[in-house]
Design a protein around this ligand. Structure first.
Ligand SMILES: [Zn+2]
Length: 159
């Protein structure tokens, strides 16, 4: 049974890290397991005795997909079948995986229908580096209140 009354790391810590332009993984103090993104309990031994570890958001593309029918968020940003966006799964230095949008220009296709971003080929194994894209989150209160909060999201760019 996992004791959740004694957590040391919370999901909020990971999200606050992104907002402060820091990517956090978690290292288990009981078994040494290291995970990115940071977890609240170790997925190997279920210990809540974790410590946040700063991780460099750099690695290589492990998988990717170009999306024409996107989520509401991306549709509102102007993406469509005619203007697709690309999401990558990035393998970090220690083999951990994290996903994010690949930025760096419009998605086009070469003569073999292989995707390009800003004219550069998108390929498994291509090195990428993370950046923190700032945006304003608008929070509409149930009673009409409205708050704006400066936030960040992790995106990737071909190196
Ligand atoms: Zn563990």
């Amino acid at each position: 049974m996992v004791d959740i009354t004694n957590l040391k790391v919370y999901t909020k810590d990971f999200l606050d890290g992104i907002d402060n332009k820091v990517l956090y993984g978690s290292k288990c103090q009981a078994c040494g397991n290291f995970e990115v993104p940071a977890k609240v309990i170790c997925t190997k031994c279920q210990s809540p005795d974790l410590e946040l570890v700063e991780v460099k958001p750099e690695g290589k593309i492990a998988a990717f997909t170009c999306i024409g029918v996107g989520t509401t968020h991306f549709v509102q940003k102007g993406y469509s079948m005619k203007k697709p966006y690309c999401v990558v799964i990035v393998e970090l230095e220690n083999g951990q995986m994290i996903s994010g949008q690949l930025i760096g220009g419009d998605i086009t296709y070469d003569e073999n229908q292989d995707p390009l971003i800003g004219g550069k080929p998108i390929k498994v194994g291509a090195p990428v580096v993370g950046e923190y894209e700032e945006y304003i989150e608008v929070i509409e209160g149930k009673r009409g209140g409205r708050q704006e909060k400066k936030r960040c999201r992790l995106v990737f760019r071909l190196k």
